[in-house]
Design a protein around this ligand. Structure first.
Ligand code: ADP
Length: 364
């Protein structure tokens, strides 16, 4: 969908912002560009809509060289979201969102109707449409920024540190919201951040840059975490790389056993088969004993949440349910720990010559 072929950008002052970048960004994916400040992420992003023109090489969108397209027309097919939303302060929220449809000549009524629809899509109350940007919180303004970028339903969305200026709680909400929107809209998204956790949460693929505008590695998050190309990437992913990998690995494929009634702990279910809680059959209260909480997990839940639940569960068992929340079986603590340990160990290696020394002694 978006392709960079041997693209470099040199500024007149001699700075090389992007150095011989070749990268394909698949249609319908979120590709996150990540790296420390000044490594060329924003320059790369801005070359997609020609706010910055490459010094050499070819950038194409939908198979077309961007230098051959009319810049204004190109930009109308590409939504653009920046930090602090960049809203027009003297226009209402609805008018802000309707900006591009109006430019495209949709007419006021249709553009307003579309704006109202988008307001709802990004989770803002209908009443906020008549307000002005300064009357909204930072997180709400950011939602308006996303709505405005989506207004003309462009196939491509560029997002430059869009959630950088909001507090961590709101940031998490906005990230979840983006994932929800993306599961419906399937845009081709280019997302810039310097936050590796944000990259891991949002990216279908992550492109890691280092100073001088060099792309070091581009891969899906799980692959990146399991096999970083070199020590630079491993260092950037951080010491908790193993935990991050567990948060991305799912329970699917991990065997389960029938939940039988023979042990001390009985899993009580509803009439529909939904787990309700654990009962201690050997306690003094017998069948009157209060239920201890259970957090049933689906195949799509992470190994990290399974580890957590295996430690919290009095029975040492994780209750597994199907998409309807109906019990399918249980998996024991040992099995989960062994599986997680194996995944975690995978993340302990890099593709660089870093194989663990088999003779090294391990101290507890
Ligand atoms: P990032 O988004 O990763 O922080 P940028 O793409 O903004 O990095 O910048 C990459 C490099 O190019 C930096 O060294 C920056 O100072 C430089 N740079 C960016 N824009 C210009 C410009 N207009 N003129 C000169 N240098 C620039």
């Amino acid at each position: 969908m978006i392709s960079f072929k041997h693209v470099s950008k040199h500024y007149p002052n001699g700075t090389t912002a992007v150095d011989d970048l070749s990268l394909e960004l698949p249609e319908g994916d979120i590709t996150v560009l990540v790296g420390s400040s000044g490594c060329g992420k924003t320059t790369t992003l801005r070359m997609v809509n020609r706010m910055v023109e490459p010094s050499s090489g070819t950038v194409s969108v939908g198979g077309r060289d961007i230098l051959e397209a009319d810049a204004a027309e190109l930009r109308r097919g590409i939504g653009y979201v920046i930090q602090q939303a960049g809203l027009f302060p003297h226009r209402t929220i609805l008018d802000n969102i309707a900006t591009v449809p109006l430019l495209l000549g949709w007419g006021r009524r249709k553009a307003r109707a579309r704006a109202a629809e988008l307001l709802e899509l990004v989770g803002l109350p209908a009443g906020s449409g008549k307000r002005y940007p300064h009357q909204l919180s930072g997180g709400q303004q950011q939602r308006v920024g996303v709505a405005r970028a989506l207004a003309a339903d462009p196939p491509v969305l560029l997002m430059d540190e869009p959630f950088g200026a909001v507090d961590p709680v709101v940031r998490t909400q906005l990230q979840n919201e983006l994932l929800r929107l993306q599961s419906e809209l399937r845009k081709t998204v280019v997302f810039v951040t310097h936050d590796i956790d944000e990259a891991v949460r949002l990216g279908d693929r992550i492109a890691i840059f280092r100073t001088g505008g060099h792309l070091v590695q581009c891969a899906p998050p799980a692959e990146l975490l399991a096999s970083p190309a070199d020590d630079f990437v491993a260092g950037f992913l951080g010491a908790e790389r193993g935990l991050k990998l567990l948060s991305l690995s799912t329970l699917a494929g991990l065997p389960q056993e029938p939940a039988d009634d023979k042990g001390r702990w009985r899993l009580v279910t509803s009439g529909r088969g939904e787990p309700l809680g654990w009962r201690d059959t050997e306690g003094p209260d017998g069948d009157e004993a209060p239920l201890l909480p259970v957090r049933p997990l689906r195949d799509t839940d992470s190994l990290l949440s399974a580890l957590d639940e295996s430690l919290a569960s009095p029975a040492g068992l994780v209750a597994r349910v199907d998409a309807d929340g109906v019990l399918t079986g249980v998996t024991g603590r040992d099995r989960i720990h062994e599986h997680a340990g194996r995944r975690h160990a995978e993340a302990g290696r890099t593709n660089a010559s870093q194989a663990p020394d088999p003779d090294a002694s391990v101290t507890a």
